[in-house]
Design a protein around this ligand. Structure first.
Ligand SMILES: [Zn+2]
Length: 168
């Protein structure tokens, strides 16, 4: 992925990482996002489909919704969205709808990513094409996911053992 990192990118990505950690603490897949306009954080959010019973409550959607409400505008021209993981097709669609100027993401999502991964969008025909930079803080962003899924697997194994015990 082309890396056109701008000076404050790391700072804002760290804020997105803090959001991702909030998701992990709540048992949600750790993805966090921050939307910045004119150097200021307009909104931040984390992945929370379980807590919201909402399959669309990805970090990017949560953040874009908050930012749009806050600015009283369904479009967010001139904004930059920082997200810890490569967006899925739904979120990339929302980013285009919202006219986000620039997208900066961390780790790639080989299974569901829509920028460079398996579900890659063809943006050449899109009526709005955000500038995209990927791979920022990707190790930290990816490690958060790895740790989360490792813990989850352990939890599941634990649960399975408990169920077996209960059946005896
Ligand atoms: Zn998504």
């Amino acid at each position: 992925m082309k890396k056109k990192v701008e000076a404050p990118d790391i700072y804002f990505m760290r804020l997105a990482l803090a959001e991702a950690r909030k998701a992990a603490a709540r048992g949600e897949v750790p993805v966090g996002a921050v939307l910045v306009k004119e150097g200021r954080v307009l909104a931040r959010g984390y992945n929370r489909p379980l807590a919201s019973s909402d399959p669309t409550a990805h970090a990017e959607i949560v953040t874009i919704r908050k930012a749009a409400r806050k600015s009283g505008n369904y479009r967010l021209p001139g904004s930059t969205l920082y997200v810890t993981v490569e967006p899925c097709p739904m979120c990339l669609g929302a980013i285009i709808q919202a006219r986000v100027r620039r997208l900066v993401y961390g780790a790639e999502d080989p299974k569901a990513g829509a920028v460079v991964s398996r579900l890659k969008f063809n943006l050449s025909q899109a009526n709005h094409r955000p500038e995209i930079a990927g791979g920022l803080c990707q190790e930290e962003c990816g490690q958060l996911l790895k740790d989360f899924f490792r813990q989850k697997r352990r939890g599941k194994i634990h649960q399975a053992v408990e169920n077996r015990t209960a059946l005896k």
